[in-house]
Design a protein around this ligand. Structure first.
Ligand code: ADP
Ligand code: MG
Length: 323
């Protein structure tokens, strides 16, 4: 190699080593909380971007370990095992989420109710199992958010034996919101995090809005709309994610606390708003309330909008989106 070429090569290597890491998009799909999740972020520094992707994944897993009903060491499982017998002390993080769930239960007059699980745990959508009439009659009165007593010092007590809770209607949204908070405090300005039907956007997609699709509730690969959004949360609840059909009846994973059975008026509801925790819980709430009562409810929530798809395949928009 000539001396000149050798010198040029050395110079190039030096430049590569000392030039600042390239700003770029970083992406990571992963599995968490029984669903597909995805994070995409813009970072000025390559190593920082990669580290944050894994930070997001770890945050989901941390919350899963705390709140999953399938993990016997989770605080949620501990409550379901012991809170009927004695007050159980939990982390202030879970306690605060239970408070948020309670607020929405009160606001929705019990349409959102995490004690739905008192009946909900008798359904198994994979095995196509549902409670018998006798079980339903027995367990239905156990669904009542008032049975969940939030006591002083992060203690929780269930008023009756048999009461069970599950955070499937709010925990994913909460995790998405926490993970976005983590990115924001690390200085990230542009990011998208999605888990199942819950998506949260930080900033825009560098000069243009993010595009978030609303799935077609019956055609798996089709979408009904694509919304250009920045800095907001969007959550969809549908009757098509976990369900089975028996004798023409669709049994799906959202339950009306009043009946212990799946509501049938809607196929999906999408909620848009400023934060994922509430957007997630509110989409489940609106699904239970149905079109008429759901529309009245969402119109009363400033900052939140909704798109309903009825069982007749009709789209309905709340007033803030009507244009
Ligand atoms: P996904 O989990 O597919 O994102 P949702 O956000 O609509 O869908 O949440 C559905 C989950 O909410 C159910 O799987 C169940 O865990 C929980 N859930 C069902 N019915 C209720 C209810 N009435 N109140 C609160 N949570 C509910
Ligand atoms: Mg929801």
């Amino acid at each position: 190699m000539s001396t000149l070429r050798y010198r040029l090569t050395c110079l190039l290597a030096l430049l590569l080593l000392t030039s600042p890491a390239q700003a770029q998009w970083h992406r990571l799909p992963f599995q968490t909380m029984g669903t597909e999740a995805y994070v995409e972020l813009w970072a000025e520094d390559d190593a920082k971007g990669q580290a944050l992707l894994h930070g997001v994944q770890a945050e989901f897993e941390r919350i899963n370990q705390l709140m999953s009903p399938y993990i016997s060491s989770s605080e949620l499982s501990l409550l379901n095992r012991e809170a009927a017998a004695r007050p159980v002390t939990i982390s202030s993080e879970l306690y605060q989420l239970l408070q948020q769930a309670e607020q929405l239960a009160i606001l929705s007059e019990g349409a959102f109710d995490i004690s739905f699980a008192s009946v909900g745990f008798s359904y198994d959508y994979r095995q196509q199992l549902r409670p018998s009439i006798t079980e339903l009659t027995e367990q239905r009165p156990l669904i009542n958010y008032r049975h969940i007593q939030l006591l002083a010092d992060n203690q929780v007590k269930f008023a009756r034996p048999g009461v069970k809770i599950d955070l499937g209607g709010i925990a994913k949204g909460y995790a998405v919101e926490q993970a976005i908070g983590l990115l924001a405090s690390a200085g990230i300005k542009h990011a998208l995090i999605t888990a199942g039907g819950d998506t949260r956007l930080l900033g825009d997609k560098r000069g243009r809005p993010w595009l978030v699709a609303i799935k077609h509730p019956r055609k798996t690969h089709d979408i009904v709309a694509q919304l250009p959004l920045t800095d907001s949360a969007i959550s969809t609840s549908g009757d098509y994610e976990r369900f089975f059909i028996e004798d023409g009846v669709r049994y799906h994973h959202i339950l009306d606390p009043k009946s212990g059975q799946s509501p049938s008026g809607l196929m999906s509801v999408t909620v848009l708003g400023p934060d994922s925790t509430r957007a997630d819980a509110m989409s489940t709430t609106l699904f239970v309330l149905g079109l008429q009562r759901g529309m009245v409810f969402i119109e009363q929530q400033s900052d939140f909008e909704a798109i309903f798809i009825s069982s007749e395949h009709q789209l309905y928009f709340s007033s803030g989106l009507a244009q």
